[in-house]
Design a protein around this ligand. Sequence first.
Ligand SMILES: Cc1cc2nc3c(=O)[nH]c(=O)nc-3n(C[C@H](O)[C@H](O)[C@H](O)COP(=O)(O)O)c2cc1C
Length: 338
Amino acid sequence: MKPLPRYDIAQSYDWNYAHAPDPVAMDVPAIPGAWDFCGLPVASPLGMPAGPLLNGRWILYYASLGFDVLTYKTVRSSHRDCYPVPNLLPVRGGTRVTAAGDPTDSWAISFGMPSKDPAIWRADIEQTRRALGPRQVLCVSVVASPEDGWGLDEIAADFARCAHWAADAGAQVVEANLSCPNVCTGEADLYLSANAARAVAQACRAAVPALPLALKIGAFDNLDQMRETARAVAEYTTALSTMNSVTAPVFDAGGEPLFGGLRRGIGGAWTTSRCLDELRLLAEVIREERLPLRLIGVGGVATADHVRARLAAGAHQVQIATAAMLDPECALRIRRNW
Ligand SMILES: Cc1cc2nc3c(=O)[nH]c(=O)nc-3n(C[C@H](O)[C@H](O)[C@H](O)COP(=O)(O)O)c2cc1C
């Protein structure tokens, strides 16, 4: 059989945006059990996080390939260009992350959270929602676009504006991205401040009172920080999505730093055990604190065993980015091996 089409890492974000594959007719084996995503019934625990699904056409492609929670790549309240290619650079891990000349199971992610103009993404979400199946859920990831002089109130309000627009267009779940590793401005790593995370969660909750609200977070420096953030957001938040890739400096084969020496989020196999550990710690904190938070397991998931391990660690739903981009049959493979 001809390999299924996939994201072309040699091409730009805009090229890939315009060249989404059509849905395919595949046999999608069931995963027995009653599954939900943030309280909404879904056919399986398999989802895709914000990133690979650049628009509604990409969403419908992967919805035909066995994923039941489809997250629209993070959108903003105004247009934002993508960083130049490479946006996805194959890497090899170890103590140091090094660019690989050939395809690998991990890559450095460098998009800078581009966004189409809100008029474009709002119309696209509206159409996409209508085309999804009955036990599939459309989640939309949003982020603020801080301007000079903005404080936390303005940043939270910009998150809330996008959340409201997403809900208005038909999002069933809104996810606020509090953890983009590839930007250096005020919207990155907000989850590390309990105060900032609370402000964004509270504003989004007020903007979408009827919808489940997820927060995408990254690695914490220590347990106290994790506990503080979890406690601060619990009142307003349905689920925490952990985690948004492991960050690392990336070097070329000669040891020279790439990406101007800035860290990049790494997705894929290199991050599997780190992301599982983080999920376990967060699950423990949530249990100890008796917080009403669900968990979404993300990072380095590729196999049925990985999915089971995340569920056993406390996730109620598991999301796959890199492995699903490298192999669009990833969810079908997991279902066949369940
Ligand atoms: C192509 C690509 C683009 C991404 N863009 C976003 C994004 O816009 N917003 C976000 O919250 N995470 C983004 N991510 C991070 C993923 O949601 C996920 O947290 C990360 O890749 C770890 O999962 P993985 O190991 O399965 O790739 C992106 C990841 C990839 C691979």
